[in-house]
Ligand binder design. Structure first.
Ligand code: FAD
Length: 430
């Protein structure tokens, strides 16, 4: 089902030859050629395999990238492309490779295919990760986990509230224990990616308003009575479904309490590093996607009888953006391979000290990659002229998405605040 008026490219602005060259297959090839000497064989092969899946998927379904992408997620899930962070062996699944580096490859391939899909599926991962850590073998949690990983169902993560954004610890949403051990949740959340489409949600709420020490973490089936989601329109990402949710005596049974009041805050923070690193992977993927479009276009577009890449005003800034994107890719690969190594060494959870040090690294990478993605996407649109601004390619999606990446997962200022605290700690250690 199309959710926007008109098909992509209904009015053709870019000539056939260049449009053909900008195909997913060619853009994928450009990315692979950039990464061939850097990636380990298992990650390189996985990236290629994921790219091939999306190329076939796009062709088979005649995709224009104006569709409701939520319809595609079940088929993508069957291919093991909703999440690669974990092994999922307790679910009887054996997707390989897995880990943060594999997740980076999954995000690269998905973003090249459809940037808004890549971002939307990332919110399901925010439900998958806490369920991995806290399923404790309980049936309903394992069922939710499997349905999310397989793409049969979509997930959303409910932290932000209308009156509590950056100050996420002082929540107003409440959870009250009942005599049968269940909890009633009351309150409102806002800006949840996938909110109106989600079947499973993770909700954070406190027994006492504004008291983070009383926070709990709950798994909720959104078909339960007391859940109501409205769609919030974010014009820069028109195909994503963002929600405003109201909970009215939403009853959560005992088996869905992932963290009882008192443990919720710790559960929220334990997932933040992984969430931010997921956003870093998205930011880098967006930058590569934009650069790839611009490099192909500028190598073919002629003005004054010369390919525009040959003009220093075009080729030199493009070279700088390419270098910055590659540098950040190398930095992220270093940290993701290190995390994978630690995960293998220590099992599923990272050592506490390492995870603590990672907080500053995650903020450094998140803040810089968001800034880079925004600049790269805008500059590439600019270098492509009208061809970048029209709807014939994915550049408009990249431009919109890259403009909100500084906000989600903790705003720019919150990352700066975290980093400044780390600077204080480091100073005290001298
Ligand atoms: C597209 C999109 C998807 C999202 N997805 C989710 C989701 O899936 N789940 C979810 O729970 N939330 C989600 N969010 C919410 C997001 O995490 C919040 O928007 C973000 O945390 C900021 O909260 P806020 O919007 O209320 O802004 P506010 O907290 O009101 O901030 C407004 C401005 O004030 C600044 N500010 C606030 N406090 C300080 C301070 N102490 N020092 C300096 N500056 C400060 C901020 O940096 C910002 O510039 C999403 C948001 C967007 C836009």
């Amino acid at each position: 089902m199309d959710i926007l008026v008109g098909k992509k490219g209904e009015v053709q602005c870019i000539n056939d030859e260049i449009l053909d060259k900008l195909s997913l297959k060619n853009r994928n090839k450009f990315l692979i050629n950039n990464l061939i000497s850097i990636l380990k064989p298992e990650h390189f092969n996985f990236l290629k395999q994921a790219q091939k899946f999306y190329e076939r998927f796009e062709k088979k379904n005649n995709i224009t990238h104006k569709e409701d992408y939520y319809d595609w997620i079940p088929e993508i899930g069957k291919e093991g492309l909703v999440s690669r962070v974990n092994k999922f062996d307790e679910l009887g699944l054996n997707f390989k490779p897995f880990g943060i580096t594999a997740e980076f490859m999954r995000i690269l391939a998905t973003d090249f295919f459809d940037p808004q899909l890549a971002m939307g599926m990332g919110a399901s991962v925010l439900v998958i990760n806490p369920l991995m850590l806290h399923h404790e073998g309980i049936d309903i949690r394992l069922r939710a986990l499997k349905e999310l990983v397989m793409g049969e169902k979509v997930g959303c993560c409910c932290i932000t509230e209308p009156e509590r954004g950056s100050d996420a610890v002082h929540m107003l949403t409440t959870c009250n224990e009942q005599t049968d051990g269940s909890f009633l949740i009351n309150g409102q959340k806002i800006y949840q990616t996938n909110g109106p489409k989600a079947h499973w949600a993770i909700i954070y709420a406190c027994t006492e308003e504004n008291n983070g020490n009383t926070m709990g973490q709950f798994l909720v089936d959104t078909s339960w009575e007391g859940w109501n989601a409205e769609r919030v329109i974010i014009p820069w990402t028109p195909r994503m479904f963002i929600g405003k949710e109201t909970f009215t005596n939403l009853k959560v049974p005992n088996e869905c309490i992932l963290g009882p009041p008192g443990q919720g805050r710790e559960h929220l923070f334990e997932g933040l590093n992984l969430e931010r690193l997921g956003i870093v992977a998205l930011n880098i993927a967006e930058a590569w996607n934009a650069i790839t479009h611009a490099i192909i276009y500028c190598n073919m577009r002629k003005q004054f009888d010369l390919e525009i890449l040959k003009y220093q005003g075009v080729g030199f800034p493009l070279a700088d953006l390419w270098a910055q994107t590659m540098n950040l890719t190398l930095a992220f690969l270093h940290i993701s391979e290190l995390i994978d190594q630690k995960m293998e060494q220590f099992g599923r959870t990272l050592p506490k000290q390492f995870n603590l040090a990672l907080v500053a690294n995650a903020s450094q990478l998140k803040s810089q990659s968001a800034k880079l993605s925004e600049r790269v996407c805008y500059e590439c649109v600019n270098l492509m002229g009208g061809a970048g601004a029209c709807d014939n390619t994915l550049m408009q999606d990249l431009l919109g998405i890259s403009r909100i990446q500084e906000m989600g997962g903790g705003t720019r200022q919150i990352q700066q605040y975290i980093m400044s605290l780390a600077l204080r700690q480091l100073f005290k250690m001298i």
